[in-house]
Design a protein around this ligand. Structure first.
Ligand SMILES: Nc1nc2c(ncn2[C@@H]2O[C@H](COP(=O)(O)OP(=O)(O)O)[C@@H](O)[C@H]2O)c(=O)[nH]1
Ligand SMILES: [Mg+2]
Length: 254
């Protein structure tokens, strides 16, 4: 049974070559929420046909197919623009590869409804099987994100299971060319804090599927760590320029 349609909140699933596991992910999301939009980011894994077939029989599902691969952030922005055009005020983002807990969509949406000006961030709860290099690596990104926001309360900078208010995120993204690829999640959370959007953290499990369970990642250690390092360098330099304003804001709040 499909849940009642929300007029204010939409689930956005950017998807790039996730393989067959995308069907379980989308079906699990549809069990929890209506509407669910998948933004196919130039996938070449043959999942487009199956997704479009599913959408034909499932009115809660919309599949938007981008002609080429533009990156996770660019795919989310496409969804945000469509959402804004149709009057949605908030969007929950989740990955297409079965790593994120669809069963927590209603709780995250409820937290967002209770605090509409805030962003609701997943705080990852890892299984023992999570690759320790990825788990430790994110501590570096978290440290930078906390410095760049003067410890505004970001528990995790990288976890993409989140609810954002649509208008400030579109404003932040339109102002600069970054945040279009893997730098989307951490840069979004830092810039939204700078923009005055408060983070609220909720625990949420992360799954690491084995390849035989359909697990795939397009994270490339060298390419994506270079991208993240460059991102934090940019953010840190901008942080120095913003420091007087951030300190003044903190002073007023104290
Ligand atoms: N890596 C990557 N992911 C993309 C892209 N476009 C959309 N995505 C989606 O972004 C999410 C995260 O990507 P993933 O490779 O699973 O990264 P990981 O979970 O950090 O290992 C998935 O839902 C992807 O389908 C892209 O160009 N590259
Ligand atoms: Mg993944």
């Amino acid at each position: 049974m499909t849940p009642a349609r929300s007029a204010t909140r939409v689930v956005l699933i950017p998807s790039y070559n996730p393989g067959r596991v995308v069907f379980d992910t989308v079906t699990a999301a549809l069990r929890q929420w209506n509407p669910v939009w998948v933004i196919v980011d130039g996938s070449t894994d043959g999942t487009v046909d199956g997704l479009q077939k599913l959408a034909a029989s499932e009115p809660a599902l919309r599949v938007v197919v981008l002609p080429g691969n533009k990156g996770k952030g660019a795919a989310v922005l496409q969804g945000l623009d469509l959402a804004a055009g149709e009057g949605y005020t908030h969007a929950l983002t989740m990955d297409s590869d079965g790593q994120h807990p669809a069963e927590l969509i209603p709780a995250f949406m409820a937290a967002s409804a209770a605090q509409p000006d805030a962003m609701i961030l997943g705080r990852p709860v890892f299984e023992a099987s999570a690759p320790s290099l990825r788990v430790k690596g994110r501590m570096i990104s978290n440290w930078w994100a906390n410095l760049e926001t003067l410890w505004a309360g970001i528990d995790d900078s990288l976890y993409g299971f989140r609810v954002y208010p649509v208008a400030p995120l579109r404003r932040v993204m339109r102002r600069q060319p970054w945040m279009r690829r893997f730098d989307f999640d951490p840069e979004a959370v830092v810039r939204m804090c700078w923009h005055g959007v408060r983070p609220v953290n909720l625990p949420a499990p992360v799954k690491y599927l084995r390849p035989d369970e359909g697990g795939v990642s397009h994270f490339n250690y060298l390419r994506d760590n270079v991208l993240l390092t460059w991102m934090h360098l940019r953010l840190f330099l901008e942080f120095l320029l913003r420091l007087p304003l951030l300190l003044a804001r903190r002073w007023r709040q104290a």
